[in-house]
Design a protein. Structure first.
Length: 277
């Protein structure tokens, strides 16, 4: 193992920077019910010089305590009731089908699928923003709710395994729009599901040597604090505001999948480049 990539002291990385990275990812995780990797991975690659694989594995290790802390805050809130039956149905099926999705990448074009999924996310975000009064298409209870959770877990696992995206960005809109679950409860359920799935993934990356354990500990401290703070903020904000924040996060994720940021950067670089003649 490369010591310069594993020990925070050898790189001279300030602990304040590591904590700030965790704090940023943790606040987003607790506030909108996602893992936070979509924020932490670019920061670890850009600011800490980690490889993509190492940043991904380290991010998963950090997400475990971050999501756990946020889940506890949601579960102990006086205003949020987490349906643990839905948690079990989502977690069991998503963990089973994530490896299936990973194997599917050998038979499909993942780039084209990511673009289609990004468009779906865009439509989902617009509905969550503009359908303020009646976001849910259905109000499911009993066995209908469990069946819908199982189907959502299957889709979440397939999408996560195929495109490498976090499950929260699939689960939360599905629960809010298709099941009629309250936004705050949906985010708490999503975080509870993320804990075992991230743990499974991080253990696999740990065996492959893709987890920077020294930095993960320090970043994780910031992640736990941010997760608690974000979850607390989610309890205070009104539902329309929380949906708007989540929709903004979904829009950000969709543009990253579509590669708009890279495309714009390349166009700007081409425009600034001096004429070869």
């Amino acid at each position: 193992m490369d010591k310069t990539d594993s020990a925070p002291t050898s790189t001279g990385t300030p602990n304040a920077l590591l904590i700030a990275i965790g704090l940023t990812g943790g606040v987003i995780s607790g506030l909108v019910g996602v893992g936070g990797g979509i924020v932490m991975i670019p920061l670890m690659v850009g600011l800490l010089g980690m490889s993509q694989h190492r940043a991904h594995g380290t991010s998963l290790a950090i997400i475990v305590p971050t999501a756990l802390a946020a889940t506890i805050r949601y579960a102990t809130s006086d205003t949020t009731v987490i349906d643990w039956t839905v948690v079990i149905a989502l977690a069991a099926t998503s963990v089973i089908f994530a490896p299936v999705g990973a194997r599917m990448t050998a038979y499909i074009n993942p780039t084209r699928l990511r673009r289609l999924f990004a468009v779906l996310l865009l439509v989902t975000a617009l509905r969550m923003v503009f359908a303020i009064q009646n976001v849910a298409l259905f109000e499911l209870t009993g066995w209908e709710l469990i069946v819908a959770a199982v189907i959502t877990g299957v889709v979440t696992g397939l999408v996560s395994g195929t495109m490498g995206v976090g499950g929260g960005i699939v689960m939360v809109p599905a629960m809010v729009i298709l099941m009629g679950i309250d936004q705050v409860e949906a985010q708490g359920i999503s975080l509870a599901v993320i804990v075992p799935t991230a743990l499974s993934g991080s253990l696999q990356h740990l065996r492959m040597g893709h987890v920077d354990k020294g930095r993960a500990f320090t970043i994780g401290l910031g992640g736990i604090a941010g997760g608690l703070g974000g979850a607390q903020l989610a309890q205070i904000l009104p539902a329309p505001a929380l949906r708007a924040i989540f929709a903004t996060f979904v829009l950000f994720s969709s543009q990253r999948m579509l590669g708009l940021q890279v495309w714009i950067r390349d166009r700007l670089a081409s425009a600034r480049a001096p004429n070869a003649d």
